[in-house]
Design a protein around this ligand. Structure first.
Ligand code: ACO
Length: 327
């Protein structure tokens, strides 16, 4: 049997129009542009407007990716939306997307792996196609984190933003996704969570009054984990892909914090010019961060045919994942 090969055929992204700068946040909580810039590298973030939800941005990103790939929605066999902020708990946001796209042939489901969601979705969709599940898949990372942020909690509300990124995968003659690596450690589940609103703590007056429908995070512990795992996950996928780290043309890490990105790049000896950064413009957009960065890098001409691209992410769960892509 001929072994199937899978590549990324096109990417797309979308962010809300509304910009909230650090100076805007200074008027909302006890913080400063100086603190946010030096601790995180973030200068501004995009925030969804009235009536906009995760599927709003997922749809635009998906349409742009399909256009770039020159694939029509009817050709899709699978749609996976990675998100921690679905429009509703059910139906899946991917089903809402499938309806809007009129992707009549596609199976659809959501995937929740914190900020690593897109890398998880990419890896699973790639294996689905390789395993004979179909010929084309749409993978989206989309979030409206502004909806689950406590705008009175300065330790979290300054960090996150909204947006979406998407990629269309297809069977191909050339190998595009050389290797992926995924991992998790539920022992760190308590470090980053949204406590209420599901079966353990259903929504009640108490949960609302105690602000339990918002992101709770132990930033310091997540920071330490992130720095270590970004290096480990990158090295593992490099090994699986049978390449050397200095062959990587562009490093696209999860955009959570410039200090995490810089220390990971330093540990891996990846020079600054090979590291893609847009955290200053969007903050941490969780599942959307890596595909949004990937799409910007493509559209800015930073990725050429034949280039080796390394994606690496970490997030709530705890989870982590990496992917090595030949463009
Ligand atoms: N403005 C001003 N001061 C602040 C703010 C703020 N917005 N937030 C916290 N502070 C204060 C704290 O209260 C603390 O004051 P204290 O010393 O008087 O107690 C001081 O600043 C230092 O706080 P630290 O938490 O030690 O600051 P640190 O340098 O560790 O930076 C940060 C905090 C930015 C959150 C960092 O720990 C981080 O980036 N962690 C990783 C977070 C992350 O990546 N999360 C995403 C995970 S992915 C996912 O799935 C969503």
């Amino acid at each position: 049997m001929r072994e199937s090969k899978v590549k990324i055929l096109g990417t797309g992204s979308s962010v809300p129009e509304r910009v909230i700068t650090n100076f805007d946040l200074e008027k909302m909580v006890d913080t400063s542009d100086e603190w946010i810039t030096t601790r995180t590298g973030i200068k501004q973030r995009r925030i969804a407007g009235e009536g906009e939800s995760t599927s709003t941005f997922a749809l635009l990103a998906a349409q742009r990716a399909l256009q770039a790939a020159q694939v029509s929605p009817e050709e899709l066999d699978l749609i996976v939306v990675a998100t921690v902020t679905p429009d509703m708990l059910f139906p899946a946001t991917s089903c809402l997307l499938q309806r809007e796209l009129k992707a009549s042939k596609a199976a659809s489901c959501d995937l929740e792996a914190g900020c690593t969601g897109f890398v998880y979705a990419l890896s699973l969709a790639e294996k689905y196609l390789r395993g004979g599940g179909g010929e084309k898949a749409l993978v989206v990372g989309a979030e409206t984190l502004s909806k689950i942020l406590d705008w009175q909690d300065r330790s979290t509300c300054v960090l996150f933003g909204d947006g979406a990124g998407a990629a269309v995968l297809g069977l191909s003659e050339e190998e595009g996704i050389l290797a992926t690596y995924l991992g998790s450690d539920g022992g760190g589940a308590h470090l980053l969570e949204l406590p209420a609103g599901c079966s353990r703590m259903p929504a009640s007056l108490d949960t609302v009054n105690n602000r339990l429908h918002y992101i709770k995070m132990n930033g310091n512990e997540v920071f330490k984990f992130a720095v270590k795992i970004m290096e480990e996950a990158s090295l593992e996928v490099i090994k699986r892909g049978n390449v050397e780290i200095d062959e990587v043309s562009l490093f696209i890490p999860h955009q959570a914090n410039i200090r995490i990105i810089n220390s990971a790049a330093k540990r891996l000896s990846i020079p600054e010019e090979k590291v893609f950064v847009n955290v200053h413009k969007y903050g941490n957009t969780s599942s959307a961060s890596i595909p949004l960065a990937l799409d910007e890098a493509c559209r800015e001409g930073k990725i050429k045919r034949g280039d080796l691209v390394l994606l690496v992410g970490f997030g709530a769960g705890l989870t982590w994942g990496s992917a090595l892509i030949r463009w």
